[in-house]
Design a protein around this ligand. Structure first.
Ligand SMILES: *[C@@H]1O[C@H](CO)[C@@H](O)[C@H](O)[C@H]1NC(C)=O
Ligand SMILES: *[C@@H]1O[C@H](CO)[C@@H](O)[C@H](O)[C@H]1NC(C)=O
Ligand SMILES: *[C@@H]1O[C@H](CO)[C@@H](O)[C@H](O)[C@H]1NC(C)=O
Ligand SMILES: *[C@@H]1O[C@H](CO)[C@@H](O)[C@H](O)[C@H]1NC(C)=O
Ligand SMILES: *[C@@H]1O[C@H](CO)[C@@H](O)[C@H](O)[C@H]1NC(C)=O
Ligand SMILES: *[C@@H]1O[C@H](CO)[C@@H](O)[C@H](O)[C@H]1NC(C)=O
Ligand SMILES: *[C@@H]1O[C@H](CO)[C@@H](O)[C@H](O)[C@H]1NC(C)=O
Length: 641
């Protein structure tokens, strides 16, 4: 019910130009926004409208009173970092933009490039029944730095393009009146000497690096909360029915009593009380376990004084074990062969922002229907609704930390040689801090099974091996998951995986390997972090219609002339992996990739999501054969490590 309320409020906020109260700021009429035709559309491009992402955005800490600020905002390109010193208070900005979106996307209505500095404006009304409550302003992701002003005062600052931040704006807002919101955003991406977490974004897109995303690219919203309220809820539940809880509160040095209730379809299974701001545990008798085959979830409510939030969890245990003498990933005490795709989460109309929730889930449903039990979220972080969908559909997630610049990225014009741009000491500290943000925000989603720290050496300093201490750091923050410290390239023995990348054919847990990969290490899980990547060009109506991108199609690892040839090659490569599962120590793999992205034409689906290359029956049976081969290797003694 309150979801509806949020939608209604957001519609009011976006459309009502006149206001009965005196203090009215110039607000955006919405009339200046229109979709810019992107180089390629999806079936959802035209369905976005001016009320994007109406869903409640925080599934594991839901409060009843909220207001969605998504919609049409004011926008202005700024000249540089100094602009933040003179905010355009009380002015109507020159252009209009859709929030959330990437400024580089058609959906934004801007479709700009080099949008390094920008202003966003909006206004909002705080309902009078929020009086005496805290008013919290949430941004689910702003790439890269955001400075937030409310009614002419600086209210907050955040750095890190993939994570939620909450600004307590109580002292700046006027209840029942219009409040002016201005946000200054600085997003350098890979400009100059900046070395920041960017994943596949670049100001100079080519081949496997793509259009960047700047600005407010996930939901912006407002909520009311009691004075002392829950700020973060850590929930972990395992196959023995044990539940670990930490209820972080705004009064972080005060210990109050919290009440946790676990429900199943309206029935109370367990109520337990414990202290705030400290971990505590309790047990639920014989819970139904969560797995990709049976993604059972339980609702959880947590009460702290007047603050009552809704959440959920799933009971499952992920660990390393030895089965028939081979080190394996274990889910609920059994070897789970984790098989998924490289899932980059790029969209031709929205770049980093899926056009709609339905569009986002479409990709996941295609994977699930083919029999994949996992998805590798590749050097990008999604809205929490993505992880909730994985929890509900039953897809394990391997979650990558967004990487720093790829290491070979500075080209010397004199001789065209490349040299690495690696983080300096401060940039490394900032990377480490943002890795903490990733783990802390997402560690309560049951589907996430593994954290990845580095991909193919990008931003990975190789002379002192930072992944060794970072692996310890991740394990301390989250002891309930596996860590794949380096997926591909420079392995120095850290973490739970011996992970190889090889194209097109796999070399998974095998006694043979190639340049850039390490020999299989039998003390860890043998894994094929990437393989496949076979391409098939398509007609122009399915292609990212940008000439520079089309010119790089010929760099795809392998081009198969027809879709039949592409399915034949896929069948051969999946068969080769199956053979490695039977003979060697292969515990899972990642097929490149879910969809085409810009000039890369190697998806199961094209970039516009309008054409599936997969021969569905063939893929289903090839994927099932992998699980069968794995099951045949796990019929004897099992022990956990
Ligand atoms: C923003 O300004 C920068 C430099 O001032 C310019 O390069 C860029 O094209 C502008 N972008 C837009 C979308 O106006
Ligand atoms: C809960 O915490 C204890 C102690 O830190 C740990 O041994 C146990 O595995 C944890 N259980 C879950 C479900 O995370
Ligand atoms: C909480 O305690 C820590 C040290 O124990 C102190 O540094 C901090 O200022 C306190 N915070 C508040 C809000 O009182
Ligand atoms: C959890 O709560 C939601 C909405 O309140 C409800 O639709 C769902 O059925 C509940 N699930 C369980 C397992 O109780
Ligand atoms: C790929 O195509 C581009 C432009 O179409 C061309 O300049 C380049 O030489 C080609 N590269 C290869 C490896 O064929
Ligand atoms: C791929 O198809 C596009 C559109 O038909 C064409 O322009 C391009 O040259 C093709 N590239 C390759 C490598 O086949
Ligand atoms: C276990 O699997 C192996 C093949 O990997 C087979 O030879 C053996 O008979 C199986 N053992 C049992 C008890 O099923």
């Amino acid at each position: 019910m309150y979801l509806l309320q949020g939608v209604v409020l957001s519609l009011l906020a976006a459309t009502s130009a006149a206001s009965p109260v005196q203090d009215v700021f110039p607000r955006q009429s919405g009339a200046g926004y229109s979709l810019k035709q992107p180089p390629l559309t999806t079936p959802w491009t035209d369905k976005v409208g001016t009320d994007p992402w109406p869903e409640y955005p925080r599934p594991q800490l839901q409060r009843p009173h909220w207001q969605n600020l998504n919609g049409v905002w004011g926008y202005q390109n700024a000249s540089g970092l100094n602009a933040v010193q003179s905010p355009p208070f009380g002015q109507q900005l020159g252009q209009e933009v859709l929030v959330p979106s990437c400024l580089e996307s058609g959906l934004s209505g801007i479709q700009g490039s080099y949008t390094l500095y920008s202003w966003f404006s909006n206004s909002f009304k705080v309902p009078s029944d929020w009086k005496n409550q805290k008013v919290l302003l949430n941004f689910d992701a702003v790439d890269y730095e955001a400075t937030v002003f409310v009614n002419g005062k600086k209210a907050g600052f955040h750095r890190g393009g993939y994570f939620r931040f909450t600004v307590d704006v109580t002292q700046y807002v006027k209840i029942g009146q219009e409040n002016e919101l201005l946000v200054f955003v600085h997003d350098p991406t890979d400009d100059g000497d900046f070395v920041i977490p960017i994943g596949k974004q670049t100001l100079h897109p080519s081949h496997i690096f793509y259009t960047p995303c700047s600005g407010i690219w996930q939901s912006a919203w407002l909520e009311a909360a009691p004075q002392n309220h829950i700020t973060q809820l850590d929930l972990a539940a395992n196959m023995d029915g044990q539940v670990n809880v930490t209820v972080h509160t705004s009064a972080m040095n005060v210990t109050s009593n919290v009440l946790v209730t676990v429900h199943d379809n309206g029935k109370v299974l367990k109520t337990h009380s414990g202290p705030s701001n400290r971990p505590f545990q309790f047990n639920v008798e014989s819970p139904e376990l969560w797995s990709p085959d049976s993604p059972k979830l339980y609702n959880v409510t947590v009460k702290l004084g007047n603050d009552k939030v809704q959440s959920y969890t799933g009971f499952r245990t992920i660990e390393k074990g030895k089965v028939n003498g081979v080190v394996r990933p274990m889910l609920n005490g059994e070897f789970v062969f984790m098989f998924g795709t490289l899932d980059q989460g790029f969209w031709p109309d929205g770049i980093y922002t899926p056009p709609t929730k339905e569009a986002m889930i479409y990709d996941l449903k295609v994977l699930k229907s083919l029999g994949f039990n996992m998805v590798r979220k590749h050097i990008k972080v999604e809205t929490e609704l993505f992880y909730q969908a994985c929890d509900e559909i039953g897809l394990l997630v391997i979650q990558d930390m967004p990487s720093l610049r790829p290491s070979q990225s500075k080209t010397n014009p004199a001789d065209c040689s490349s040299s690495p741009i690696l983080p300096n000491a401060d940039q490394q500290i900032e990377f480490d801090r943002q890795l903490d943000l990733l783990i802390n925000q997402f560690k309560s989603f049951p589907s996430i099974a593994t954290w990845v720290i580095y991909n193919e050496g990008w931003g990975q300093i190789t002379d002192y091996h930072p992944e060794i201490e970072l692996t310890e750091r991740v394990k301390q923050l989250d002891p309930t998951r596996l860590v794949d410290s380096v997926t591909g390239w420079y392995d120095h023995g850290a973490g739970d995986f011996s992970d190889n990348h090889h194209y097109a054919n796999p070399q998974c847990g095998t006694p043979f390997y190639s340049i850039n990969s390490s020999p299989y290490d039998e003390t860890r899980i043998g894994f094929q972090g990437e393989f496949g990547g076979v391409g098939n060009n398509v007609s122009i109506e399915h292609l990212w219609n940008v000439q520079e991108a089309i010119n790089t199609i010929n760099q795809t690892y392998e081009i198969d002339e027809t879709i039949d040839a592409w399915n034949y090659r896929s069948h051969m490569l999946l068969g080769e992996l199956e053979d490695q599962v039977k003979r060697f120590a292969c515990s899972g793999g990642v097929w490149t990739q879910t969809t085409d992205v810009e000039g890369e034409v190697n998806g199961l689906i094209t970039y516009d999501r309008r054409l599936k290359r997969v021969d569905e029956d063939q893929w289903k049976s090839d994927i099932q054969a992998l699980y069968d081969a794995a099951a045949a290797r796990s019929n004897a003694t099992t022990s956990t490590l």
